[in-house]
Design a protein around this ligand. Structure first.
Ligand code: SF4
Length: 322
């Protein structure tokens, strides 16, 4: 017996509680499978060579605080029907307000709001086609347009603009969220520990950094490696769009939650997005986890290896069809 409930009410309550438990178990299994990358090939051996504890080249620049933004957004727990039912049965019914994301940090919540705001307010979205007349003729033209940019407040703390690097005619483009301390000092994206791991991932794809193009959503370092804010993304994104228009890659790989959500203007957690093809102006996009996250959670490398294998297959079939 459940205190305060009659037999019929108790039966209903127990049934709802069982349904809720099953739903939560299913969510956990889906999230674990996403991170484990079930059934994928073994991760290339040299990826294991980089870890937070592995010896690194002495770093003479300022130490980078750990990124707080690379972890996949936790999947929000579903509403609890058993609890709702119990409140209804015992008469303690208060209409509950819609749940806030229980595990989102204020910074994450603000970023999510930012991207939905972008979806409403910003220029052409990821499905819009840009007229040929608006396509920049070269990467140098985009760099000239950007200039010594002060369009958003991130310019105040930067050492260097981190524009982008690689082959501007590549068929493969990687997009991260923004520079860290090492990148800010060097003026080059992905040069710190996470960047070294990205270089190994690219190597496992039988490419070099010079064969691909690497850029970020924002080109100046957010202080303390926080997520870029809405106005910052809105100010900088048009230049990333122009870079993509110049490269015209066959595939874009977005690295981590912030890059994926900002480019595609969605709120879906990266745990659900990774490994699933998306579209940006007709270009296939493969979202995957950020290398900085892999440094903290090495088992997730299997998932990323699975994603890059999909990318390799796609590029190969494109080449064969060309
Ligand atoms: S982040 Fe982008 S828009 Fe903001 S100041 Fe730097 S280059 Fe300009």
């Amino acid at each position: 017996m459940i205190e305060g409930l009659g037999p019929d009410e108790a039966r209903v309550f127990m049934r709802l509680a069982l349904l809720d438990a099953a739903r939560q178990l299913r969510q956990q299994l889906v999230a674990q499978a996403a991170l484990a990358g079930n059934g994928c090939e073994p991760v290339p051996a040299d990826w294991a060579g980089i870890s937070p504890s592995a010896p690194q080249t002495p770093n003479t620049t300022r130490p980078s605080p750990p990124r707080t933004t690379d972890a996949p957004t936790p999947v929000p727990s579903a509403p609890n029907p058993a609890a709702e039912a119990r409140r209804a049965i015992v008469g303690d019914v208060k209409k509950s307000a819609p749940r806030a994301r229980p595990n989102a940090t204020p910074n994450q919540a603000s970023t999510l709001d930012a991207f939905s705001q972008l979806a409403r307010d910003a220029g052409p979205g990821p499905s819009a086609q840009i007229p040929e007349s608006e396509r920049p003729k070269s990467m140098a033209e985009v760099r000239t347009l950007l200039g010594d940019c002060t369009r958003c407040k991130l310019h105040q703390g930067r050492t260097n603009i981190v524009f982008g690097v690689g082959d501007p005619t590549s068929d493969l483009m990687f997009i991260g969220e923004g520079p860290g301390a090492d990148e800010d000092q060097a003026g080059v994206p992905f040069v710190g520990k996470a960047g070294q791991l990205l270089t190994r991932i690219i190597g496992a794809m039988e490419r070099t950094r010079d064969d691909v193009y690497v850029a970020n959503i924002v080109k100046c370092r957010p202080p303390g490696n926080r997520d870029p804010e809405p106005d910052e993304v809105a100010s900088c994104e048009p230049f990333l769009t122009k870079q993509i228009l110049v490269v015209q890659p066959k595939v874009i790989v977005t690295l981590g939650r912030v890059a994926t959500q900002a480019l595609l203007r969605i709120r879906t957690p990266i745990t659900r997005m990774r490994g699933h093809w998306q579209d940006y102006r007709g270009i296939p996009v493969m979202p995957t986890l950020h290398p900085a996250y892999l440094l903290r959670h090495p088992p997730a490398k299997r998932a990323v290896w699975q994603d890059v294998q999909e990318v390799m297959k796609r590029l190969q079939s494109d080449q064969q069809g060309a």
